[in-house]
Design a protein around this ligand. Structure first.
Ligand SMILES: *[C@@H]1O[C@H](CO)[C@@H](O)[C@H](O)[C@H]1NC(C)=O
Ligand SMILES: *[C@@H]1O[C@H](CO)[C@@H](O)[C@H](O)[C@H]1NC(C)=O
Ligand SMILES: *[C@@H]1O[C@H](CO)[C@@H](O)[C@H](O)[C@H]1NC(C)=O
Length: 388
């Protein structure tokens, strides 16, 4: 018997323990993961490949790469049905080589997906996630992490969409000329949210069918995005600010706006976003999930692990193989029903993605936006040619 389940069962009333045995729970979670794809909203494996291997994967065994949180063997153990991989570039690239750094990242992800065609497959739509899942492969989707990857260009945004990216996190931990990031909230006084150009970016993402991701942005930007986007938006990896008052997390008033928007918050595992003390466990993740679904409803929660994007993870959730332990914990200890778990692991994300796709179709008559951000609004133009 799994130790965690043993402890869980011992802490329950004898009647409840008799109803849910560990074997039953294993069976229920196993069946669940075969029926509904577990869609993880955020994984930084590609950043590890860059940092440790300079993007070289030909000699890297991604079936079994034990140095990091993620490899294919453990993704299978973890029942991962779809992974959104972060296309990330550090903020130091802003105004310099951000577009190149992001494209290299995207290329790395595409190459590792193509290297393992029996296990991984690119997916660019909600329907492709479902189809790939039926074939028993793990869907791989692309999310741009950091609006600085655009170098303030709507043209670059459109080209990133054509290359297959399906969400964009508007910032990493730095402002862009058109939106502010969460670190601003540490000195929160009159933080501006989105500029007019920033609103154009949101409108163009709505038109393209690219999901707007508000993890990492400032609170003012969250409020502005929610007033601008005509499609549901997400937090791909953020938690409740009420339970862990960190600027990366989301305050209750914004969560209520997210509910109105029919959007989604995908709960994330870095320990300090679960508990500002930095000490966290599976039960901390359950606490955030429970707090948020009681506030805004079960239709608005998901999972966005941030594996390989953080050195510090909760006890019991050390790598991608551990998702079933979280689900078992919710089922056995927190009395989550199978219906709730289905929504959490995948159905909610699929619904949001479908809504975003529907909004895009409905905007077919809209012309691509053409405004250019004047160079006078860039913080640093050293690397710019005057005529561009
Ligand atoms: C996986 O990698 C580890 C560390 O390099 C090694 O000890 C182990 O034997 C490998 N397992 C398989 C199945 O190749
Ligand atoms: C916050 O204010 C302090 C003191 O004025 C300053 O040093 C720091 O850079 C500010 N942080 C941000 C993120 O603006
Ligand atoms: C602007 O960018 C250049 C090139 O990256 C750099 O050398 C310079 O220090 C930057 N200037 C400022 C004010 O940040």
């Amino acid at each position: 018997m799994h130790l965690l389940i043993l402890m869980a069962v011992l802490s329950m009333s004898p009647a409840a323990a008799a109803i849910i045995s560990s074997n039953d729970a294993d069976q229920v979670i196993g069946d669940l993961l075969k029926r509904v794809p577990l869609i993880d909203g955020h994984n930084d494996l590609a950043h590890q490949i860059f940092a440790r291997k300079k993007n070289k994967i030909n000699d890297l065994d991604l079936q079994n790469w034990t140095e990091v949180h993620t490899d294919i063997k453990r993704m299978k153990q973890g029942g991962v049905g779809a992974q959104i991989w972060a296309v990330y570039a550090g903020c130091s690239t802003q105004y310099r080589d951000a577009v190149r750094a992001c494209l290299e990242h995207l290329d790395t992800i595409q190459r590792f997906v193509y290297k393992y065609p029996n296990e991984l497959q690119m997916a660019y739509s909600s329907q492709e996630i479902t189809e790939t899942f039926k074939k028993g492969k793990i869907s791989s989707l692309l999310g741009v992490e950091g609006g600085h990857c655009l170098d303030s260009s709507l043209s670059v945004l459109r080209m990133l969409y054509q290359l297959g990216t399906r969400y964009m996190t508007l910032t990493h931990n730095c402002d862009t000329p058109w939106v502010t990031n969460n670190l601003r909230d540490r000195n929160a006084t009159n933080v501006a949210g989105l500029t007019q150009f920033g609103k154009d970016i949101i409108r163009e993402m709505n038109r393209l069918g690219m999901i707007v991701d508000m993890s990492h942005v400032s609170k003012a930007a969250m409020v502005d995005v929610l007033a601008t986007s005509v499609a549901p938006v997400i937090f791909s990896h953020s938690n409740s600010y009420k339970l862990a008052p960190h600027t990366r997390n989301v305050q209750d008033d914004v969560l209520l706006l997210l509910k109105k928007n029919k959007g989604l918050i995908m709960i994330t595992f870095p320990s300090s976003f679960l508990d500002v003390s930095g000490e966290a466990s599976i039960s901390s993740v359950a606490d955030h999930l429970e707090y948020i679904y009681k506030l805004i409803g079960i239709d608005h929660v998901g999972i966005g692990s941030d594996y390989d994007g953080t050195p510090s993870l909760p006890v019991g959730l050390e790598d991608v193989s551990k998702f079933p332990d979280l689900l078992k914990y919710l089922y056995v200890n927190r009395e989550w029903t199978v219906t709730m778990l289905e929504k959490l692991i995948g159905q909610n994300f699929l619904r949001v993605f479908q809504d975003v796709e529907r909004v895009s179709k409905s905007l077919k008559g809209m012309m691509p936006l053409e405004d250019r951000l004047p160079q006078s609004q860039l913080v640093n133009t050293t690397c710019r040619s005057a005529e561009y």
